[in-house]
Design a protein around this ligand. Structure first.
Ligand SMILES: [Zn+2]
Ligand SMILES: [Zn+2]
Length: 342
């Protein structure tokens, strides 16, 4: 059997290991993808740490995948060999549960998760269900399209469904893989866009990404600064830091919403009065169940000139690329490129 290179996690808590695996064969409704690029996301940590129920190991992580279809399952239709496609966190509905049988795929009870329910894109090849694929526009190169499939799709859909309208003040908390795209989307949606991060060194980058204002949460009280600007209609919290997120609530305008998209471990502390005064709310958001939201994100990025800022690594350096993402040492997204020509 022909072999490929892949990075796998052998067991919960294990390190990334480079292995030779058999090139997978697509099942009837799957395609095989020759992977060109795969972004590295905080979500991949759940595979490494075993924080997701029911993962079977060894598992190849990676859910910001772009590559070309190189083999079709017998029942695949609508996709062609050679076509460039993307696969994000949601690998597709199960097609077996009750909502799926009713055609309500968005509410599938067993959504397949790329790199968790099945092997992901830290590999030269992967297979993926056809119902989870997105077509990649020609204008985007693969390494830049990849982060749009999770970091981009999450922030794009969170803002697009937030109720904020052009001219509203919208704050993006955190300037990492998600936040740096959130600032660009916010600006292009016509919001008065405020970037909140820690330290002076992020200020120039925030303005470069299109922010109208930058708030240094290390040097100032970010909520008080937002209040001075009139209060935020929406705060999009992209940094996984519960204490910092809790501290932002007082910066919301009346009826303002704090929307959380980053994975949290620590509990948040909120006084009921913070919500009652001004009818403020806190909610979580994932890109599910917006169908076609990957393609919408990609198309919007093309027409509005949004591109992720990336640092590219060869597959063999996945552990280093992951570590730089976790420690925020990468501006702003680590992306694995499979052909080695980095
Ligand atoms: Zn992700
Ligand atoms: Zn289902």
């Amino acid at each position: 059997m022909p072999l490929m290179k892949a990075i796998q996690i052998a067991a919960p808590g294990a390190e990334f290991e480079l292995v030779q695996k058999e090139i997978p064969e697509p099942r009837e409704t799957e395609v095989r993808i020759k992977v060109e690029a795969c972004g590295i996301c905080h979500g991949d940590a759940v595979v490494k740490e075993g924080r997701f129920p029911g993962i079977s190991y060894p598992r190849v992580p990676g859910h910001e995948v772009v590559g070309k279809i190189d083999k079709l399952g017998a029942k695949v239709n609508g996709w062609q060999i050679g076509q460039r496609v993307g696969v994000g966190w949601y690998g597709g509905p199960c097609l077996k549960c009750d909502p799926c049988k009713r055609g309500d795929f968005a509410n599938c009870e067993n959504f397949l998760t790329t790199g968790i329910s099945f092997d992901g894109g830290y590999a030269e090849y992967m297979t993926a269900p056809m119902q989870g694929l997105a077509a990649i526009p020609n204008e985007l190169v693969s390494v830049e399209a990849a982060p749009l499939l999770c970091a981009g799709r999450t922030t794009f859909t969170a803002l697009r469904n937030s109720g904020a309208q052009g001219g509203d003040l919208v704050a993006i908390h955190g300037l990492g893989g998600l936040g740096h795209l959130g600032v660009q989307f916010g600006r292009k949606f016509g919001y008065r866009t405020v970037a909140i991060s820690r330290g002076k060194d992020k200020e120039a980058l925030a303005y470069q990404l299109g922010a109208h204002n930058y708030i240094d949460a290390e040097a100032t009280d970010a909520a008080a600064e937002l209040k001075k600007l009139g209060g935020a209609r929406v705060i999009l919290a992209t940094a996984p830091n519960s204490k910092a997120i809790s501290a932002l609530i007082n910066g919301l305008a009346p009826d303002g919403q704090l929307i959380i998209v980053a994975w949290q471990n620590e509990p948040m502390q909120i006084s009921p009065w913070q919500l009652l005064g001004g009818r403020r709310s806190v909610k979580g958001w994932t890109a599910r169940p917006a169908r076609n939201s990957s393609e919408d994100t990609l198309k919007f990025s093309v027409i509005s000139g949004i591109v992720p800022m990336i640092e590219v690594f060869p597959l063999e350096q996945a552990a280093l690329a992951f570590e730089k993402m976790v420690s925020s040492k990468v501006h702003f997204r680590s992306v694995l490129k499979m052909d080695g020509d980095v």
